[in-house]
Design a protein around this ligand. Structure first.
Ligand code: GSH
Length: 203
């Protein structure tokens, strides 16, 4: 049994969507960030960083209990354990890894920085927030180009789609206000219609 400790942010939802799509048996435990539950001793024992998501697999590597933080690492673990989301074809797998990393570093990093700038930074700056919004929209424009003529980012459901979808979904209002993203929105609607994605996005 896999236990996922999460909250409904892009990082948390990435892990719950990957688990729901995988078909692996799992349970969701909400960690209410608004109440500071991520800083309680029992949570810090699982992740000293005090951040969601954290996954605990009672039947981890070698049958031993495995505790894992970092949403990208959880997606990769779920992919390996389920045998899904890592294309067998070498070219597709390389593309999936490229866009997975682009999502993890560029898009998730910039989106997270924007959230911090707008909500938690000690000095608020509308100009700085605009700067990072512009960078984020340009990154999604690259994904818009990539999805031209493609159903999935790496031509089959992969770690790349699982990494990118929650950030796309939560930043859709920004994208809608920033231009035309026909390919991205077609992909987003297709992802949103998947039962596993629906389950994972509504934990
Ligand atoms: N790179 C990490 C980021 C994790 C992260 O930033 N988690 C946030 C929520 S999205 C968190 O738990 N913040 C609470 C805090 O820092 O107190 C991942 O992908 O898992």
């Amino acid at each position: 049994m896999i236990d996922l400790y999460m909250w409904g942010t892009a990082n948390g939802l990435r892990a719950s969507v990957a688990l729901a799509e995988s078909g692996l048996e799992h349970r969701i435990h909400k960690v209410d960030l608004t109440k500071g539950e991520q800083k309680k001793p029992e949570f810090l024992a699982r992740n000293p960083a005090g951040q969601i998501p954290v996954m605990v697999d009672a039947d981890g590597a070698g049958g031993a209990r495995l505790v894992l933080a970092q949403s990208g690492a959880i997606v990769l673990y779920v992919a390996e354990k389920s045998g899904k989301f890592l294309p067998k074809d070498g070219a597709r797998r390389a593309a999936a890894q490229q866009w997975f990393m682009m999502g993890a570093s560029d898009i998730a990093g910039t989106s997270g920085t924007l959230f911090l700038l707008e909500n938690l930074a000690p000095e608020k700056s509308a100009k700085n927030a605009e700067f990072f919004k512009d960078r984020l929209v340009k990154m999604f424009s690259l994904l818009e180009q990539r999805l031209s003529g493609r159903e999935f980012v790496a031509d089959e459901l992969s770690i790349a789609d699982l990494m990118l979808y929650p950030n796309y979904s939560l930043r859709k209002p920004l994208l809608d206000a920033s231009g035309s993203f026909a390919n991205l929105n077609r992909w987003g609607a297709m992802m949103a219609a998947r039962p596993g994605v629906q389950k994972g996005m509504n934990p």
